[in-house]
Design a binder for this molecule. Structure first.
Ligand SMILES: C[C@@H]1N[C@@H](c2cn(-c3ccccc3)nn2)[C@H](O)[C@@H]1O
Length: 449
């Protein structure tokens, strides 16, 4: 039995208005994490910290007043918003989400509510203004990331445990409300907000405020899109209210992880978006990417495909350098995504969950508008044929590779409602065996028994 909630989910099901439909059809977006943290780039007092670079202030335990001095080094003199927008357009990104203010509290736009912003730095460029103009001009929708958690602002609180906390957090809520209003008024082309830093008790005790933020943004700009991560309900339940109903306009719980085809097909009943780093866990610029695994382009393409195949969006992150240039690994990645999307983008854009039985060779995607069906092969079977099991009464007539649609792949009967589609050329001719050298923590060779 559902309890009545004042600050829970405001509506059920997917929003069907034009703005949300566009979000759903975009599918592939670019995430940009930029801020003062790019300056040290994961290194403090000569020591490299392997943790996320945008959290360096925390890993190196830097006092806020010391961290704030970084503002005097903010000078992205190579920053060229048009160049970034062009690269993103060529790569095939349909939308972009950029940090206006991360946990460090530094604001990448001239805010009248703080001096901890670009207007108070040596280089006063309005980064948000330049980016939203350049990206909107090339037809890429722009969304703003905004961290509620703020390590700089004196009125931020992790929890509300006293009258003093209460009063301080009231001031902080006003600061946030003012900044969000300012962002929409200064940059009216913004399509939505990606809230982060909402896991602390102070926010969970202010579910009403999180709903008011959502309502304020939609009154400032009808059609505004707000992620579930902003929201807490009457009892502090996040993303989903105490009746397990999704809050906000889409689920934003998938950060550096993806829903499973085996356990999580529930996600296909709602709008959702996954966000992903190229290294194992670096959103902001880190000068030493050798600290972790860095995903190959094919791995990134599989993350994108997996998300779309489960009816979701994917944001692929870049962390620009302090001088305003993009690191070579990210430029190469965008170029290789471009090369793949130029041929295969039609399977991604407006793609959606098909619902046929998941196969080991890869993923199916159905086009929301044309009803075309695509098979995206990532794991080539040694048989050189992929199995396609169709629902009762559905059969496969033809199979054409997007690389050359004039080519027809052979289809042969495998069984009732099952066919083989023959792949064009042998890749692995036999099961591929890898000998692993294994060591156990007690010095054993990790033998299997
Ligand atoms: C989108 C990503 N979200 C931010 C983040 C994630 N987390 C976090 C906090 C607690 C547990 C796991 C992850 N803290 N900050 C990252 O800094 C980045 O902005």
């Amino acid at each position: 039995e559902n309890e009545s909630l004042k600050y829970g989910s405001q509506y059920e099901g997917k929003r069907q208005d034009e703005a949300m439909q566009k979000f759903r059809e975009n599918r592939l977006g670019q995430f940009i994490h930029w801020g003062l943290y790019a300056i040290p780039g994961g290194k403090w007092d000569g020591k490299i910290y392997p943790g996320a670079a945008e959290w360096l202030q925390s890993w190196a335990d830097v006092p806020p007043e010391e961290w704030s001095k970084l503002i005097n080094q903010w000078n992205p003199d190579e920053f060229d918003a048009q160049e970034w927008a062009h690269m993103a357009k060529e790569a095939g990104f349909k939308y972009m989400t950029v940090t206006t203010k991360h946990h460090e509290g530094f604001c990448l736009w001239p805010s009248e509510y703080t001096d901890f912003d670009v207007a108070s730095a040596p280089n006063k460029t309005d980064i948000m203004g330049e980016l939203i103009d350049a990206y909107t001009k090339v037809g890429i929708d722009v969304y703003f990331y905004y961290s509620i958690l703020d390590w700089h602002h004196p009125d931020w609180r992790y929890d509300i445990k006293s009258e003093e906390d209460e009063q301080a957090f009231e001031r902080y809520k006003t600061y946030v409300d003012n900044q969000l209003t300012e962002l929409v008024e200064r940059y009216p082309e913004v399509k939505g907000f990606w809230f982060d830093g909402t896991w602390d008790k102070s926010v969970k005790k202010n579910g009403k405020w999180t709903l008011e933020i959502q309502q304020m943004l939609k009154s400032l700009k009808p059609g505004m899109i707000v992620n579930s991560r902003l929201r807490a309900d009457d009892h502090g339940s996040r993303h989903f209210d105490s009746n397990d109903k999704l809050m906000g306009d889409y689920e934003s719980g998938y950060e550096r992880r993806l829903p499973s085809f085996r356990e999580d097909t529930i996600v296909t009943t709602r709008d959702w978006e996954a966000v992903m780093t190229v290294p194992e866990n670096q959103w902001g610029y880190h000068q030493d990417w050798s600290v972790s695994h860095v995903k190959s382009t094919n791995e990134v393409l599989e993350w994108i495909t997996h998300s779309v195949a489960m009816g979701g969006n994917m944001l692929v992150n870049i962390g620009p350098k302090p001088d305003g240039t993009i690191r070579q690994q990210e430029k190469t990645l965008m170029k290789e995504i471009e090369q793949w999307m130029d041929i295969n983008g039609e399977a991604i854009y407006a793609g959606d969950y098909l619902g046929w039985e998941k196969q080991d060779w890869g993923y199916y995607i159905a086009d929301q508008k044309t009803n075309e069906v695509y098979a995206l092969v990532f794991n080539v079977p040694v048989t050189q044929k992929i199995t396609v099991a169709t629902p009762e009464g559905i059969s496969i007539e033809e199979a054409h590779p997007l690389k050359d649609e004039s080519e027809s792949l052979k289809i042969s009967e495998k069984g009732p409602n099952e066919v083989f589609i023959h792949l064009p050329q042998p890749m692995f001719e036999a099961p591929y065996v890898i000998k692993l050298k294994v060591s156990g923590k007690d010095g054993s060779k990790g033998t299997y028994r």
